[in-house]
Design a binder for this molecule. Structure first.
Ligand SMILES: Nc1ncnc2c1ncn2[C@@H]1O[C@H](COP(=O)(O)OP(=O)(O)OP(=O)(O)O)[C@@H](O)[C@H]1O
Ligand SMILES: [Mg+2]
Length: 231
């Protein structure tokens, strides 16, 4: 493995949640090296800690112990500026529940990351139309999310996650609520953006068929990641 191609590395990541009645150690020592261009699936039963792990990789949550390195540099959770820059410039997130803003149209949802990054409106729109076309959403730009199918909503969430050209796309169960056909389409889109733009993908899924389309599959089991042979 070429060390300088590593985007993110987790070293002995542990995560405990604390409750009044006790504590739960969800992650017990996760080690993972993610290389540029990797397509990774994380599988495992409900409640095992997949979302927790993805949130930690995406810097939306922090581990109880262990270290994360981005591009070889240890992440400093006290440096809010670096965290923001990292999230903005390198990480795209597709959440388990898609979190589109219901009052916003498709196009308004998609350009949100651009507006937050203070892009000019015309550049935002240019990028949004590119993505609409790539994701076969053309013609839907002025629809509100309630007028879209589940698959289309998921594609809008993908477009939004891709808006700023992330290095790393984190997708939490992106096909969870979709029928087999739409689920396949979403994964085809992932394969395409991986191929075309070299976007590195980590996808959490329950769907074994879809997991097999990634090039590495990890099972999260009893707090540890186990690499499965991709058959
Ligand atoms: N913020 C939190 N505070 C306390 N406990 C939490 C929190 N988030 C998750 N948990 C607990 O940690 C465990 C792992 O949750 P997580 O959401 O990571 O699982 P998951 O593998 O993503 O499950 P699913 O497949 O159902 O989405 C669960 O027992 C959950 O109740
Ligand atoms: Mg989850």
């Amino acid at each position: 493995m070429e060390e300088n191609n590593i985007i993110v590395e987790l070293r002995d990541i542990k995560k405990k949640y604390f409750y009044p009645q006790g504590e739960l150690e969800v992650l017990k020592g996760i080690n993972l090296k993610v290389q540029k261009g990797d397509k990774i699936a994380v599988v495992g039963p409900s409640g095992v800690g997949k979302t927790t792990l993805l949130n930690i990789i995406g810097t939306l949550d922090y581990p109880t112990s262990g270290e994360i390195y981005f591009f070889g540099k240890k992440l400093d959770y006290n440096n809010e500026e670096i965290l923001l820059k990292l999230r903005r410039e390198h990480i795209g997130f597709i959440f388990q529940l898609h979190y589109l803003i219901p009052e916003f149209t498709v196009i308004e949802n998609i350009i949100l990351p651009g507006l937050i990054s203070q892009w000019k409106k015309e550049n935002c729109l240019k990028r949004a139309y590119e993505l609409l076309e790539k994701l076969s959403l053309s013609g839907k730009e002025n629809h509100k999310p309630f007028r879209l199918s589940g698959g289309e909503r998921q594609k809008v969430a993908i477009a939004r996650a891709l808006f700023l050209n992330p290095t790393l796309l984190l997708a939490d169960e992106p096909t969870g609520n979709l029928d087999q056909e739409s689920a396949k389409e979403v994964v085809e889109i992932f394969l395409k953006i991986n191929e075309e733009f070299g976007v590195t993908i980590i996808m959490v899924t329950h769907n074994w068929e879809l997991a097999k389309k990634m090039d590495k599959i990890f099972l999260l089991k009893k707090g540890f990641l186990v690499k499965l042979e991709n058959t």
